[in-house]
Design a binder for this molecule. Sequence first.
Ligand code: 8X3
Length: 247
Amino acid sequence: MKRTAVVTGASSGIGEATARRLAAEGFHVVAAARRRDRLDKLAAEVPGVTPVTLDVTSQESVDELAAALDRCDVLVNNAGGAVGLEPVAESDPDDWRRMYEVNVLGSLRTTRALLPRLIESGDGVLVMLTSVAGVVSYEGGGGYVAAKHGQTAMTETLRLELVGEPVRIVEILPGMVRTDEFSLVRFRGDADAAARVYEGVPGPLTADDVADAIAWTVTRPAHVNIDRLVIRPRAQAAQHKVHRVTS
Ligand code: 8X3
């Protein structure tokens, strides 16, 4: 029987690329997200993908996902994102609440619901998509940095609590990745401002680059746990050290 991988936030960006890549690796992929039309398109295009409507901010929705699964060998907690780039002093608590709700509590809900299945599988892998924002702070990062630090702490704690169980806890921390939506949402729909993030950067990461890293971590032998994998473009040596080419 095929191993099953559940990918949250699979309707676009890193989630969609991961769903495609894990299907190519031979997994039955449960592609979960809010936007069902996109998931249906993905499933029609990629054999081995099953679409499931999921809102990680709703316990009911997460329970429905868990009830619909026969098994779960891999869980990729990818759903998340950033809203706004205001300094802390000017931040709206509602934005912070939203980011905590999706990135931290969303991952908590899916983890709680699917951990028993991961353990039952005898070789489960939980992949947490955090960010370099989970380990460094930067101006304007605000609620996103805070939420990603929270998610990173949750990941480390899980690994400690689950030692001895047949489940691996993997954390992927991407730096600058150019996707269609991440920066657009962060800049509240300002496409020009979103595009400027990548201006002159020779080769920001793509969603496929991150999916490739995820696929590598989940296809290692069962005794190999890739605890934490930081992945940045060559042009980004550190959060504030980005090489840009000006014409
Ligand atoms: C997104 C990467 O560098 O904008 O997770 O925090 S960064």
